[in-house]
Design a protein around this ligand. Structure first.
Ligand code: DDH
Length: 290
């Protein structure tokens, strides 16, 4: 059975907008992190990894229980580097002790995406902290050394279509890979803290060379200093994926629209929100200033 969303008692849009603002202001203040990329990409990755443990076959994992807060899940080797996002959120959790961990992790991703000029992401509260015994086993997050077919099969566990998979992977316009975290090194493009369709443009237009990096892993490098994971590159080796790469490279609005829907689905997998009202749409800091 799906998890039934139960909103934090008496809390409404204004309360969650306050949490949004606290995260957004901290993002602005601590902009020097990771060579002036800031914490935005790391927060987006956290929101995906807490959701990416989902399995539709038994409704285990997923964002509902906030189980990333337990060592067992945080210490999954695939989560290396996300300690930064977790540390960033500690004072926010202290300031707003009423918010569940699943809501905080997902709201942080939504905040970061919007503050990095991404699409407005409708977000719903109601995740409820689960026990440590409900934390999923390690090993549910993807292996970047594989090909497009692996990626298609991997996302089958969530019920995502080819189009949704390609849209989601456009998030790799953000941030970078770090040799010490994943065994890969480098950014996917130039605008590492602005949400754009650059991932698709670069995938199609750069001159990629498959090379071994300092950790001994093969990655695709371009002469501009950009990189692609083997799984990313798989999206242009597979015709059914490639047609969406071409579409999103040409049409950023279509990418934003499809990313929004797929990302909301990712964050809400396994949860029944039917008892709650409409999703909230938050104002960015810029919109509140003017
Ligand atoms: Fe990713 N990702 N990701 N990713 N990801 C990495 C970084 C970031 C894969 C592998 C890696 C998604 C899907 C996949 C972001 C968002 C999303 C890194 C580097 C690896 C490796 C980590 C490090 O070294 O610090 C693979 C494989 C997949 C896949 O094929 C399924 C999705 C769906 C998203 C999303 O947000 C919707 C972001 C953002 C980053 C940059 C993090 C940072 O700190 O910078």
């Amino acid at each position: 059975a799906l998890h039934l969303a139960q909103a934090e008692d008496g809390k409404g849009l204004d309360d969650f907008q306050k949490v949004y603002n606290a995260i957004a202001e901290k993002l602005r203040d601590e902009d020097e992190f990771d060579g002036y990329i800031g914490y935005g990409p790391n927060l987006v990755r956290l929101s995906w990894h807490v959701s990416g443990t989902f399995d539709k076959n038994d409704n285990s994992g997923g964002s509902f229980g906030g189980t990333y807060r337990f060592k067992k899940e945080a210490d999954d080797p695939a989560n290396k580097g996300l300690q930064n996002a977790a540390r960033f959120l500690e004072p926010i959790a202290k300031k707003f002790p009423w918010i569940s961990h699943g809501d905080l992790y997902t709201l942080a991703g939504v905040t970061a995406l919007q503050e990095m000029q991404g699409p407005k992401i409708p977000w719903r509260p109601g995740r409820v902290d689960a026990d440590e015994k409900d934390a999923p086993e390690n090993g549910r997050l993807p292996d970047a050394s594989k090909d497009g077919n692996y990626v298609r099969h991997y996302f089958g566990r969530f019920g995502f279509s080819d189009q949704e998979i390609v849209a989601l992977l456009g998030a790799h316009c953000l941030g970078k890979t770090h040799l010490e975290n994943s065994g890969y090194e480098g950014p996917w493009g130039a605008a590492t803290n602005t949400f754009t369709n650059e991932f698709f443009v670069n995938l199609l237009n750069e001159n990629w060379k498959l090379e071994k990096n300092d950790a001994g892993n093969e990655q695709y490098n371009s002469n501009k200093g950009y990189m692609m994971l083997p799984t990313d590159y798989g999206l242009i080796q597979d015709g059914k994926f490639k047609k969406y790469v071409e579409k999103y490279a040409k049409d950023q609005d279509a990418f934003f629209e499809d990313f929004k829907s797929a990302y909301v689905k990712l964050l809400e997998n396994g949860i029944d929100f039917s008892k709650l009202g409409k999703a909230y749409v938050f104002k960015t800091l810029d919109e509140q200033d003017s």
